[in-house]
Design a binder for this molecule. Structure first.
Ligand SMILES: *[C@@H]1O[C@H](CO)[C@@H](O)[C@H](O)[C@H]1NC(C)=O
Ligand SMILES: *[C@@H]1O[C@H](CO)[C@@H](O)[C@H](O)[C@H]1NC(C)=O
Ligand SMILES: *[C@@H]1O[C@H](CO)[C@@H](O)[C@H](O)[C@H]1NC(C)=O
Ligand SMILES: *[C@@H]1O[C@H](CO)[C@@H](O)[C@H](O)[C@H]1NC(C)=O
Ligand SMILES: *[C@@H]1O[C@H](CO)[C@@H](O)[C@H](O)[C@H]1NC(C)=O
Ligand SMILES: *[C@@H]1O[C@H](CO)[C@@H](O)[C@H](O)[C@H]1NC(C)=O
Ligand SMILES: *[C@@H]1O[C@H](CO)[C@@H](O)[C@H](O)[C@H]1NC(C)=O
Ligand SMILES: *[C@@H]1O[C@H](CO)[C@@H](O)[C@H](O)[C@H]1NC(C)=O
Ligand SMILES: *[C@@H]1O[C@H](CO)[C@@H](O)[C@H](O)[C@H]1NC(C)=O
Ligand SMILES: *[C@@H]1O[C@H](CO)[C@@H](O)[C@H](O)[C@H]1NC(C)=O
Ligand SMILES: *[C@@H]1O[C@H](CO)[C@@H](O)[C@H](O)[C@H]1NC(C)=O
Ligand SMILES: *[C@@H]1O[C@H](CO)[C@@H](O)[C@H](O)[C@H]1NC(C)=O
Length: 447
């Protein structure tokens, strides 16, 4: 046991040596050291994958960004079992594989910095040899600024639960229904169609306050939730081991399928929606072709017998049904749950005002015609936006196409100015009230 921990420390301190030699963006040097570090920590599967994408344009761009130590990244590293299960349809195409890997890298350092109890040597019963070598070598470390040999002892130490008094880096994560959302490096037009050509996001949460951090909308190939198993800091990377491979979000149809929202699916199949060139298209097709969308998806229970009979009465009124559907989404904006607070306002695709309120029970949407529903499942990510599952139908046949159109124009110009986030995507909590409420959807009302 001593030998094993010694050799891990040795390998890691050898890796430490040449840091100052690295030129920013020299991914050749960076890659070989990163690959060795991953191998020594038990992640040889992903280490091999990185070598496989080395040589593709997408892979080299990705690795150059990681190697730029000016910037911090949070990296999710699938364990060997997960990597083995990757279908060859993905792994045999190195460029495509590189795109998948880019969905595992988030801009910025998502370490929870308020979790800084570096004194607690007492949390004894942890047994891994890596952890025990930590306590001998790092006894007097205080800062988390991560490039001294002593700190390498904690490389990939198994994560204790939040608040257990450990000095291991902990991921920043909301407690469900609060989630944390970060912007990844996945930007391929094959897989992402967000407003302003933004990169895809990744969402995670703790389902219980002292539980593991679980990735939203992701299941491993064995059907389990994908969670973080261990974490460390290595140079400019905050690295989190996970027990699955993250799959980039699919389209609206697959989200409806995955959430079993069959009643809305049935309604959408009877409706056509206008698309950019002035024609109507099937609702699903139109929604999937949008660039940046937020859909409030009523669950099956929301379609009560009252709602169903009212809808039945509108069967011959295609434009009223179209408006009901349009009052459930925002066109041109991905309004993640973390962007919603009590001051958030938006405009539906029918041109009606949407407001929100957040209290200890949860997050609620106030739609046209004084309809109210609660978000019961936030942030079902889409390749072109986000869906939130709600517990009521926002039943309104009110519309104002001119307002809808200007809200869309405004959302599009806001998206075009977006800059890269290097921290959790969240509502700006600045107290300034009037015109400049920055990146939230409240901009869409300003025209
Ligand atoms: C590293 O990133 C910084 C900040 O994004 C950028 O200004 C700089 O040009 C990058 N360096 C290289 C070598 O790409
Ligand atoms: C990158 O690093 C390698 C290994 O240290 C070195 O041989 C190479 O010259 C460097 N390339 C550049 C462009 O600095
Ligand atoms: C990555 O590819 C370069 C050539 O493009 C090669 O020199 C280098 O050894 C490769 N690195 C790894 C870790 O495979
Ligand atoms: C981190 O966890 C993974 C399982 O997800 C395991 O395969 C790996 O060996 C662990 N690494 C260390 C250093 O504990
Ligand atoms: C990266 O993280 C370090 C250590 O936490 C911090 O000092 C530095 O400002 C961060 N760099 C950027 C570009 O955010
Ligand atoms: C950060 O850590 C503190 C202390 O463990 C915990 O109470 C808090 O919920 C964490 N916050 C986030 C966002 O992870
Ligand atoms: C979620 O966030 C809200 C607003 O910050 C907060 O009031 C609430 O207590 C949080 N809920 C949980 C479970 O952490
Ligand atoms: C949390 O993660 C640890 C480490 O992978 C695992 O042993 C434990 O079973 C997980 N707990 C739950 C509740 O999934
Ligand atoms: C999907 O919803 C239907 C109708 O509410 C229900 O009968 C069925 O059990 C659900 N299926 C799953 C997998 O949740
Ligand atoms: C979702 O799709 C799968 C096949 O891809 C199908 O077996 C399943 O019934 C679908 N579920 C729903 C709710 O439509
Ligand atoms: C309008 O765009 C849709 C695709 O969104 C296309 O299927 C349709 O043919 C176009 N119609 C015209 C008249 O260009
Ligand atoms: C699109 O559908 C609406 C509502 O059914 C209808 O009023 C409109 O005329 C249709 N537009 C076209 C170009 O067919």
């Amino acid at each position: 046991m001593f030998l094993k921990s010694l050799s891990i420390s040795l390998v890691l301190s050898l890796l430490l040596g040449p840091i100052s030699v690295l030129a920013d963006g020299n991914f050749t040097a960076f890659l070989s050291q990163y690959v060795s570090a991953l191998q020594s920590a038990g992640f040889s599967g992903i280490a091999n994958a990185l070598e496989a994408i080395n040589g593709t344009t997408v892979g080299e761009q990705l690795l150059s960004r990681l190697a730029n130590t000016t910037n911090n990244y949070t990296v999710f590293v699938p364990d060997n079992d997960a990597v083995r299960r990757i279908p060859t349809s993905i792994s045999s195409n190195a460029s495509f594989f590189a795109e998948y890997i880019s969905y595992h890298i988030v801009e910025g350092d998502f370490t929870n910095t308020t979790n800084s109890s570096s004194s607690g040597g007492g949390s004894s019963s942890t047994t891994s040899s890596v952890t025990s070598s930590t306590s001998t070598s790092s006894g007097s470390t205080s800062s988390a600024s991560a490039t001294t040999a002593a700190l390498f002892g904690r490389l990939f130490a198994v994560l204790p639960r939040a608040g257990s008094g450990s000095s291991n880096p902990q991921p920043y994560a909301g407690i469900y229904p609060n989630v944390t959302i970060g912007r990844t490096l996945l930007n391929s037009s094959d897989l992402v169609h967000l407003e302003g050509n933004q990169s895809q996001v990744l969402a995670w949460t703790r389902y219980t306050p002292d539980g593991n951090v679980t990735m939203l909308n992701q299941a491993s190939f064995t059907g389990q939730n994908i969670s973080i198993t261990n974490s460390t800091t290595w140079r400019n990377l905050f690295i989190n081991g996970i027990n699955g491979v993250l799959i980039p979000p699919g389209n609206f149809s697959s989200a409806l399928n995955a959430t079993n929202t069959t009643a809305l699916t049935a309604l959408l199949s009877t409706v056509q929606l206008p698309v950019f060139n002035g024609t109507n298209e099937t609702a699903i097709g139109a929604l999937q072709n949008a660039t940046g969308i937020t859909y409030f998806v009523p669950n099956n229970l929301a379609f009560t017998s009252d709602v169903n009979s009212t809808l039945q009465g509108l069967q011959s009124n295609t434009s009223a049904l179209q408006t009901v559907v349009q009052n459930h989404y925002i066109n041109g904006t991905s309004l993640y749950s973390t962007l919603i607070d009590n001051s958030t306002t938006a405009v539906s695709a029918a041109g009606e005002n949407l407001t929100f309120f957040v209290n200890s029970t949860g997050t609620f949407i106030n739609g046209a015609n004084n309809t109210v529903a609660q978000i019961v499942r936030p942030d079902v990510l889409l390749d072109n936006g986000v869906a939130h599952i709600i517990n009521g139908v926002l039943f309104s046949t009110d519309s104002d196409p001119a307002v809808a159109s200007s809200a869309y124009q405004s959302a599009t110009s806001v998206a075009a100015q977006s800059t890269t986030e290097t921290g959790p995507i969240a509502a700006s909590t600045t107290t300034q009230s009037s015109t400049t409420s920055s990146t939230t959807a409240s901009q869409t009302t300003s025209a």
